[in-house]
Design a protein. Sequence first.
Length: 788
Amino acid sequence: SEPTESPLLAGLNPQQREAVEYRGPALLIVAGAGSGKTSVLTRRIASLIDSREAWPSQILAITFTNKAAAEMRERVESILGQASEGMWISTFHSACVRILRREAEHFGFGKNFTIYDSADSRALIKRIIRDLDADTFGFTVSGVAGKISKLKNELSDVESYARGANFNDPQERVFLDIFREYTRSLQAANAFDFDDLIGQTVYLFRAFPQVAALYQRRFRHILVDEYQDTNHAQYALIRELTRPIEQNDLPLDLQGRGALGPASLTVVGDSDQSIYAFRGADIRNIVEFERDYVGAKVILLEQNYRSTQNILSAANAVIANNFDRIDKKLFTVVGDGDKIVGFTGYSQHDEAQFVADEVTTLHGEGVDYRNMAVFYRTNAQTRALEEIFIRSAIPYRVLGGTKFYERAEIKDAFGYLIAVANPADPMALRRIMNTPKRGIGGVTEANLQSWADAHGVTLRESMRAAGEQGFGPKITGAILGLTKILDEVGETADTAPVPDILITLLERTGFIEALRASRDPQDEARAENVEELIAVTKDFQKNNPEGTLLEFLTETSLVAAADEIDDSSGTVSLMTLHTAKGLEYDAVFLTGVEEDLLPHRMSANEPGGPAEERRLFYVGITRARRKLYLSLAMTRAQFGDVTVAMPSRYIQEIPPELIDWRQSPGMATSRGGTQPRALNVRRDGGSSGSLGTGSGYERTSAPGATALARAAARAAQPKTEWANTVTGKVRDNGDLTLVPGDRIRHTDFGDGKVTAVTGVGPKSVAEVQFEKVGRKRLLIKLAPIEKL
Ligand code: ATP
Ligand code: MG
């Protein structure tokens, strides 16, 4: 009789099924967005374990974020109905940290190394530029940081760079000095930067074949999601792990135990979603996969399970404009769905108001806040959105804004933990040396460092010897006091529970006391954040009863923007398009779809240029399940100026019949201005059966049909009810306050009466009933108004 279908394969289409069942050395799954690449990868892991072809510990799966990793693990375990200990599902960075913690001692690092995030790297580069007077050669911190990162992603180090360098060029000589000093400082601090995590692991495998052999033997199945965004170093890492094992490299007791060929490799990706070229991602990795892995099987998936046909048709039409790609068309069977909604506002505030109104409407119709997301190209765009979301009482979260772990007080607290875990790291010491204030100023710090340099010891050792350096008794006492605490706590670092270590440090150093005693209201919030960090350590310990300080530092040092999403909270997610990769939402708002923003005006100078920007737009569109909104503003305060914005070229690439256009109320008729002839304005509200877009917004035939015609006229005088600038100069009313009943005069709108005031401080907004132009909202601090 027919075997009953395994639940592992239930519901899969034939191509997906083949992708789960195929067995062979190399498999490439290329497919458009939402076609089930990540789902197939997940089922493939489950299938390998379920069929006993692999132990969980033989699986290494790479995802783009820690959150995606956690989800994949959960899915695999729920399909299998059992926990799968030993399975490695993680990001490239996390996997490499785990490997380096075990193996770094092979090449002169301690396993207690510190991971420098990009802020730490920049701080270090800044010091080096200063010490070498390199700014006189035109070197900037971000320029140097970018170049070093690029080199590391290409696996260049100081030596290989030096071999190709032109020593007649003083610029290059100085850069080489900076690069060398940077590398030396990291080594002396027992620290890796983000790029090193990958690059040094590759180096480790290449330099120590016996180490590589152990991991080649362990990981029999390697699977990589979002392969299109791997850079050369990541590619090389995978290459090392999938080499045939040299039996001689294995320890004697493992030699000859099963003649093992290379590990099997499965990669999934979509070259149309490659959006990290600026970080060294190399689309060739996917294009050349077949060359690198001879005999590789390629499977295409074409059915999209995420979005409606209208959304897909828009995505297909847009991406078709990128040349040099393999054409693939996505289809779906879920039907056309609602039209895409386009919106044009006068300003980014109108745009934000529209988004907020739609979010509220959708929520009223039963769409959870957590199933809605707002995307933008640049972080600066969040300000207007947040302002209006707060006022509209919409719960939201900004992903990748000032992250918890980037807050100063949190980094300070981490400084203490790192100083305890890795005494060689001077960065952490500098951070905490005078936090809280204990009289150890910049001069003292510099003297301690010089002494360290002169004696060839670390900053920490120099601090221990503070008594020999001629400081006054007070300063000497402060330095020795701090060193004593760090040393004493350090003795328990491998054994004590993490919360105990943190609390001891914060209490003995007076850190928390200083925050609590402060009269600065901000310090209260800071103290709360530190309490929150203590709670994080307690959580960690609960989940990892044996967990050490080092493990805690590892876990927390690699949190990426998309990891902050907390699905259980009912909030709308705000994020950049780059963060949106791999995610999906019922309703997606893609804002700022304007020239200079999307494509971004800097993109012309970046690798891939506008083609990469188009892929970014494609990624944004394809996140939407049912509702997609594309919005733009006619004027936008950005780059320190109010500019007239034009609709993005990408909008023209979407077949017009797919989009339903709206604009700000009154845009077509009010306040004079020229009326375009071909305007097709209806005011019939939302059509029945579709979600959202009920109220108040006018329909029109094209993006800002009215707007465009008026944009030129407005360019000379870019004033809206929100605009606060005249030819780019920002007005500031200082501490002007208004209360309902006050009468005011506005330079454009004339006289009016305040009817309501909301918000506080610089964000307070007055609602004003003007005699001539009706009701308007004004940001009190900035509006061109005076009190009568
Ligand atoms: P992206 O390119 O955006 O990363 P993807 O190709 O990884 O997308 P998935 O996230 O795996 O796609 O799948 C998209 C959606 O389709 C998910 O909600 C998934 O559960 C669903 N899905 C995938 N395959 C099927 C199927 N055979 N039947 C029903 N739903 C499916
Ligand atoms: Mg995916």
